[in-house]
Design a binder for this molecule. Sequence first.
Ligand code: G3P
Ligand code: CA
Length: 253
Amino acid sequence: FAQEPTVGERKQVDNVAHRGATAYAPENTIAGFDLAVDMKADYIEIDVQRSKDGELVLIHDTTVNRTTDGTGKVGDLTFEQLRSLDAGSWKGEEFVGEQIPTFEEILDRYRGKVGILIELKAPELYPGMEEQVAEALKERNLDKPQNEKIIIQSFNFKSMKKMNELLPAVPIGVLTSNRAHTTPEALQEFSTYADWFNPSYGIVTKELVNQVHSLGMQIGSWTVRSQEAADFLFEMGVDAIISDYPDYVDPRN
Ligand code: G3P
Ligand code: CA
């Protein structure tokens, strides 16, 4: 490998704002993504699902119950119904009126300003979602990212294989918290279509980081909610830290 870039004595690690600056603002909202940009995140991480009438929207859970003032499954609600919900007030009065964003508006608002780590959340619930995501990226010439940083990831490996076929030039990531997915055989299989192996930090070891690197992939780990966890991952030598606190991972700290 080429010599890795460093900040001071430390390797340069991508600072990924998990669902935005989630410790400080409602997840998967413009308020949270704007704050992440202010905190100098390298990427925002977004969770993509689909409304009943086919609009790609950003929300983490497969129901709206926890993060909005509504109830029901995301895929059972129309875009108009989803858009009418308040996705901010659960986090604090100052966020009243935040709406569930669309995937496309977030691409348009943040491209070129910050990297976008796109998670397809439960794609098995939304048949054809991969083609839709690919189309939205192609329409914006984001299918051949050069200076604009885009990664697509999921816990659904089949979906990511498909995504790699649809968009061969876009980096693909696989997500897991399962040690069974860290065997040499499993990692080898992932490396046939993925560029990133993104495990929960509880299963990260230096050996795992080395194995992933030796297969030509990068490794990003989640979800960091303490300085100790961030420091552990710096020590392990990961390439990206996915955190609710983008300020903990600020390379200037
Ligand atoms: O980016 C990693 C992380 O987002 C995966 O877990 O449940 O927060 O979507 P989750
Ligand atoms: Ca996510």
